[in-house]
Ligand binder design. Structure first.
Ligand code: PMP
Length: 373
């Protein structure tokens, strides 16, 4: 991790004008980075191991020819929104698209966070929820998950009761621990939280249930549920940067208020719209990944590692016989890159592996087995 901000001097010793110091509340912040090194087997950032379907690529290339690149793109991204809405059986007025789901999260925090406002989250969870809250000047009230990383409803009640958050974040399946929260749990949380309940479902397609069912229901506070999704994982489009929000029209309008004009370029709008014509291939990929996840979990059960159940395309594990850092380095020597989470709060000694192609998973398992001997 590299420091993204350090206090600088507003004026040099000579009295000449200088670069002003960054906002004091950012001075301690470090950026969110995952190693980008050249390896044969890249299993550290939960991407899809497969390129997008050839049919999509052909359609996309053909569609690019019709874009007026000298003109600004459709500001409303109407065709894309409508395609996303249709894919979920909802009204387009309930869809907001952005440059990756991280930008969706940032838009929510720009619209509802800020000075004198608090958001709640439950750690360990996706670190960007905290990070983006900080960059938008929003206070973070952090509760804990249980020792086995399940949602602790008593803890949720305690934190939201004491802090009155404008947004409560859940991440389901939770990155980096892997488990999805059940609809029953999410419903319970909704009865406790005073403001918006944002459910980050970046890995939603791998899980058995989705909070989208809640959004579709009328009443019971469902208008306060906002679900965040991405094209980065199952849709094999991490390089395209496209994510979206499904929420009440009022929440969508709030996000539009803070989004920059024309923030979604024309090529991205086209790419996302066309991706939705390939649902069958996406579902086949999810099935393959889930099958491979089961195979990795079975193999890990025979090794000296602690694991946690996963509903996503990654698995958290803790080597028991050798320090995590050594295992990580050994895997890197074998040209297999996994995520080192061992320094993250609540995750001492843990590594996270993304489920890859069968042969990549074989390379990971062989390297891991070797490193643990
Ligand atoms: N949410 C979660 C839980 C994630 O793990 C990620 C990717 N690391 C994101 C959001 C961001 O995804 P993107 O911006 O690529 O859509």
């Amino acid at each position: 991790m590299a420091a993204i901000a350090a206090p600088g001097a507003g004026a040099s010793d000579s009295g000449e004008p200088g670069i002003p110091p960054v906002r004091p509340d950012l001075a301690e912040l470090v950026g969110y980075h995952s190693a980008q090194v050249e390896v044969d087997v890249r299993l550290n950032t939960n991407e899809s191991p497969m390129p997008p379907p050839q049919g999509w690529l052909d359609d996309f290339r053909a569609g690019l020819a019709d874009i007026d690149f000298n003109r600004y793109p459709d500001r409303e991204a109407a065709a894309l929104r409508s395609a996303v809405a249709t894919s979920h059986g909802i009204d387009p007025g309930r869809v907001f698209c952005a440059n990756g789901s991280n930008e969706v999260l940032q838009s929510l925090l720009l619209a509802y966070g800020g000075p004198a406002r608090t958001v709640a989250l439950f750690e360990p969870t996706y670190t960007l929820h905290r990070h983006i809250a900080r960059t938008t000047g929003t206070r973070v009230a952090a509760g804990s998950r249980t020792d086995d990383f399940a949602l602790d409803l008593d803890e949720v009640r305690r934190v939201v009761g004491a802090e009155d958050p404008v947004i409560t974040f859940l991440c389901s399946p939770n990155n980096p621990t892997g488990r999805a929260d059940s609809l029953k749990q999410i419903r319970s949380v909704l009865t406790m939280v005073p403001g918006l309940l944002v459910v980050d479902e970046a890995y939603g397609q791998f899980a058995p249930s989705s909070a989208l069912d809640l959004v579709r229901e009328a009443g019971h506070g469902s208008e306060r549920v906002a679900v965040v999704r991405t094209f980065s994982k199952t849709w094999s489009m991490a390089g395209m940067r496209l994510g979206y929000l499904i929420a009440a029209p009022e929440v969508i309008r709030a996000c539009e208020l803070v989004a920059l004009p024309y923030h979604l370029d024309a090529a991205k709008q086209l790419a996302g719209r066309l991706a939705l014509d390939h649902v069958g291939e996406m579902e086949a990929r999810v099935a393959l990944i889930n099958e491979e996840r089961g195979r990795i979990e079975a193999a890990l059960a025979d090794l000296p590692v602690q694991t946690w159940p996963s509903d996503a395309n990654f698995i958290l594990f803790r080597p028991l016989s050798v320090p995590a850092g050594e295992v990580w380095a050994h895997l890197l020597d074998a040209s297999v890159l996994v995520r080192d989470c061992s320094e993250w709060p609540g995750l001492a000694g843990c590594l996270r592996v993304t489920v890859g192609l069968p042969e990549e998973n074989d390379r990971f398992l062989a390297g891991l087995d070797e490193s643990l001997r």
